[in-house]
Design a protein around this ligand. Structure first.
Ligand SMILES: CC(C)(COP(=O)(O)OP(=O)(O)OC[C@H]1O[C@@H](n2cnc3c(N)ncnc32)[C@H](O)[C@@H]1OP(=O)(O)O)[C@@H](O)C(=O)NCCC(=O)NCCS
Length: 223
């Protein structure tokens, strides 16, 4: 017999309680092989694909997609319409605002100076170190196989190129690349590199026509 949504094969009792409590009007899709904690909250219209794991206390907004083999750590908070591509590793205490794209095999770290053991050789435990998190602001995108070294904030609508290592905060609308990641250009909300406008400090999206203003290495939408 087929397991119910959210159950692990042979572990029927792990069916997330959240779904019973909330009864979303738009169904949540959870593949049988996904491991979703009963204490996670999954927003309506969201999907969790094969072999993904969503830990206890994680909160996902509406219409999120958690790809195959992706990991969402304990207490991680994700807004609406976020996409975690296959094998993305989102360790707590990461926070993703709305509409964040996390590419395949991305890793968000949470231990700045990691050690498995203490100086006396004993195994370190969860409370022997202080976790630090990655924050991804609204609309930001993290390219495939990038590593974001916490604590770090990826700004609104910023884009991280594939294979980057991000060690410092990324400004809103910045396109950064490399190891360590440095700003290459500005990108607009459409994700397309912006073109220089007619006046100094003015930038234009070739797709939408939206204009942006640059001041002191920051960019904002023009009114
Ligand atoms: C960065 C990116 C967005 C292209 O932006 P672009 O503005 O069109 O950049 P260009 O191709 O013109 O390259 C500009 C420079 O950046 C370099 N560059 C481009 N992508 C890079 C990357 N991922 N890492 C390091 N350098 C990169 C180019 O070599 C070039 O260097 P040069 O000026 O010394 O020749 C694209 O390469 C990328 O990484 N996209 C993300 C893809 C992804 O991960 N998708 C996830 C879903 S599969």
């Amino acid at each position: 017999m087929r397991d119910e949504p959210g159950a692990l094969p042979g572990r029927r009792r792990l069916r997330p309680r959240t779904f019973e409590r909330v009864r979303p009007s738009v169904p949540v899709r959870i593949q049988d092989s996904a491991d979703v904690s009963p204490d996670a909250v999954i927003g309506e219209g969201s999907s969790v694909w094969h072999l993904a794991q969503v830990r206890e206390g994680a909160v996902l907004g509406k219409n999120c997609i958690v790809g195959r083999g992706a990991y969402v750590g304990t207490g991680v908070v994700m807004g609406d319409s976020c996409k975690l591509q296959n094998y993305a590793l989102v360790y707590e205490p990461a926070v993703l605002e709305d509409g964040v794209f996390v590419g395949p095999a991305v890793c968000f770290t949470n231990d700045h100076y990691p050690r498995s053991i203490s100086p006396d050789g004993t195994l370190k435990r969860g409370d022997d170190w202080e976790a630090v998190g990655v924050t991804c602001r609204t609309g930001s995108s993290i390219g495939a196989r990038s590593v974001c070294v916490a604590p770090v904030t990826i700004g609104r609508w910023a884009m991280v190129a594939a294979g980057s290592v991000v060690v410092t905060d990324v400004p809103d609308f910045a396109l950064v690349a490399g190891v360590p990641a440095r700003r290459l250009r500005w990108v607009g909300k459409a994700g397309i590199p912006l073109e220089q406008g007619e006046q100094d400090g003015l930038w234009v999206c070739p797709q939408t026509g939206q204009t942006y203003v640059e001041e002191n290495e920051t960019l904002r939408e023009a009114n």
